[in-house]
Design a protein around this ligand. Structure first.
Ligand code: NAI
Length: 354
């Protein structure tokens, strides 16, 4: 069933196929009002194509909001390669995909996401300059995402606990992957007491040994007796039900699309649990990739401050979202969306479109 209302919000959606390699892909460009669209490539099996399209539409819009609120001269887009990567992925297919990306490179550039590695991005890069995060370039963005999350977490601490340090603060981390581990390391160094969960037991054991963390089971970590809960694994983790089980006073993590539904966000707000909108707190990766994106052919290189300062700005951005949200009586996620749309609309009206 074609979701036309969702589609109306997007500038362009492209479907690509290549019979020789079995490539089937969709690229959604939500907005180029603030600059050329940027967004990762997800390689994933879907039960049917409509779900892949839905993902592309939803994720590209989130990228627009993420870049707008991070103050970046970028729009939002997303690419999906449809199919099981372990069965389908090979060099000719990635090259075919890259040739299509090259066609729309004036408006869109891509990078790594679920199902794509830095090595895959290198392969795509062999046929198009419009990819970021290659091994020779900025590489894995997760370290910058983790640094940005810590900056954002200080804004959460200030707002909800009236302090910005982590000494003795109890924090539960769900997912000790590339980002979650980087976050755990930094919080441990800053004196936080960690509760951790991961489906990979070896990562949990390592965190127990290295950080003196307490291990939690994956099903119950959201309900741990802590001050802050940090989802750093999967999306959709906050449902109306799980929101009712959280004992932390704040939810602030790296995972994309943490709220399963808008009602889940309302449920957190009703319980006075502060939610840090995910695409604001996890923007460190895209912030770090800006240089690479600005250097692509035909792009205008904006004046950029030092990376560390641009990552630190996540703190102030979240603080202003929290302020406006309490002033307007709206949840932080609704406020963030309103603010992002204001920025995109203003740029669209001023004709900044590439
Ligand atoms: P990752 O794949 O390296 O780590 C995810 C971790 O979560 C793995 O250790 C995995 O074993 C664990 N996990 C999976 N299911 C779990 C469950 N049910 N309970 C507990 N742990 C579970 O991924 P990465 O890069 O660390 O990303 C984490 C989240 O942050 C994802 O939602 C991603 O979309 C988001 N994100 C990542 C960025 C980046 O720069 N890597 C940028 C922005 C968002």
């Amino acid at each position: 069933v074609w979701n036309s209302r969702e589609f109306d919000d997007h500038e362009q959606v492209c479907f690509f196929s290549d019979a020789a390699t079995g490539l089937r892909a969709v690229v959604a460009i939500h907005s180029t009002a603030l600059g050329p669209a940027a967004g990762g490539t997800r390689f994933k099996h879907y039960e049917h194509d409509q779900l892949a399209l839905d993902d592309a539409l939803r994720l590209s819009k989130a990228m627009s909001y993420k870049s707008a609120l991070a103050g970046l001269p970028l729009g939002g887009g997303k690419a999906i390669i449809i199919g099981e990567p372990t069965k389908l992925k090979n060099r000719p297919l990635l090259h075919a995909f890259g040739r299509y990306i090259d066609r729309i490179g004036r408006y869109f550039a891509t990078g790594e996401d679920v199902g794509m590695s830095v090595a895959d991005i290198d392969t795509v890069h062999e046929v198009t300059p419009f990819v970021g995060g290659t091994s020779a370039g900025t590489g894995d963005p997760s370290i910058y995402t983790a640094i940005g999350v810590i900056h954002g977490l200080r804004a959460v601490m200030q707002r909800q606990f009236d302090r910005s340090d982590f000494d003795g603060v109890r924090i539960a981390i769900q997912g000790l992957g590339a980002v979650g581990w980087g976050v755990a390391e930094r919080l441990h160094q800053a004196g936080a007491r960690l509760v951790v969960a991961d489906i990979r037991d070896e990562k949990v054991r390592e965190a127990v040994n290295r950080f003196g963390a307490e291990a939690s089971d994956t099903a119950g970590v959201h309900a741990a007796d802590v001050d802050v809960f940090m989802p750093c694994a999967l999306g959709g983790i906050i449902t109306e039900r799980s929101a009712g089980e959280i004992s932390a006073r704040a939810v602030a993590g790296a995972a994309n699309n943490q709220l399963a539904t808008p009602a889940a966000g309302d449920a957190l707000a009703r319980r006075s649990i502060l939610f840090a909108p995910d695409y604001v707190i996890n923007a460190g990766g895209i912030i770090s990739g800006l240089e690479a994106l600005a250097d692509m052919p035909g792009r205008i290189r904006p004046a950029l401050g030092p990376l560390e300062e641009r990552l630190a700005a996540i703190h102030q951005r979240l603080a202003s979202i929290f302020e406006r949200s309490s002033r307007d009586g709206t949840t932080p996620e609704v406020t963030a969306e309103i603010m992002a749309r204001e920025l995109i609309t203003r740029a669209g009206l001023s004709g900044a479109r590439p």
